[in-house]
Design a protein around this ligand. Structure first.
Ligand code: HEC
Length: 202
């Protein structure tokens, strides 16, 4: 295994050493990806192929021009599907389960694993919860602070469904567009943010 990995790493390092700022040649990247994922399933192949917006983020190192950003917001907004019944809020207790579940999307998942949103990995939510990440802003009292305003509720749905429809090259996963969470799971996690009874708003 190690014998296979070293030459590839050396190749990448060599390609990168000429100029630390420079991106390795596309052929080097393609060869590395093929050698790593070449024997994997079609599902993995599809997953590592960047879509139009992610390609722009990769090439610009998450620093798109304002024209690229405008285009991206337009393209990604068009990919958001809102609930047909017009209801944005599900069950906050189930939403807690979604927010606190970091499983899914891994090759080692047992069959039938339900993927979660792993929101706590990046956000504070319930202020009583002591373990959370800080890559994203605190979402404690999110609904309460926004007076449960319907427009804000819709915006939050958009954000969770497709974070890049709101912030170009966002670090937040695109839960709906990338089919990590289904509509009901998003509604439940929305209720966790916006139900006045949710611990997030207590
Ligand atoms: C990998 C880290 C990460 C994960 C996981 C993540 N987020 Fe985020 N989230 C961010 C970052 C970073 C921001 C701020 C930058 C941005 O808006 O893109 C953000 C912003 C937000 C905002 C907008 C906050 C505002 O400024 O009003 C909401 C709402 C949100 N996240 C909800 C969620 C929910 C709900 C989940 C779980 C389903 C989740 N996030 C999972 C990283 C993450």
């Amino acid at each position: 295994m190690i014998k296979v990995l070293i030459p590839l790493t050396a190749l990448l390092l060599a390609a990168g050493s000429a100029n630390a700022q420079e991106r390795p040649a596309q052929a080097v990247i393609d060869a590395y990806i093929k050698s790593t994922f070449g024997k994997a399933s079609a599902e993995w192949q599809a997953r590592i192929k960047p879509d139009d917006s992610l390609s722009v983020c990769n090439v610009t190192r998450n620093n798109p021009s304002s024209a690229q950003s405008d285009e991206m917001l337009k393209r990604e907004s068009a990919r958001v599907t809102y609930p047909a019944d017009g209801k944005f809020l599900g069950d906050w207790k189930k939403g807690y389960q979604v927010a606190n579940n970091g499983r899914g999307g891994q090759f080692s998942d047992p069959a039938g694993t339900v993927a979660g949103g792993n929101c706590f990995a990046c956000h504070q939510l319930d202020p009583k919860e002591v373990s959370y990440g800080t890559l994203g802003p605190s979402l404690a009292a999110y609904g309460k602070d926004r007076k449960y305003d319907p427009e804000t509720i819709k915006d939050a749905y958009t954000k969770i469904y497709n974070s890049m429809a709101v912030v170009p090259c966002s670090n937040m996963p695109r839960f709906g567009v990338n089919k990590v969470l289904d509509e009901q799971q998003i509604k439940d996690v929305m209720a966790y943010l916006f139900d006045p009874e949710s611990p997030v708003n207590k």
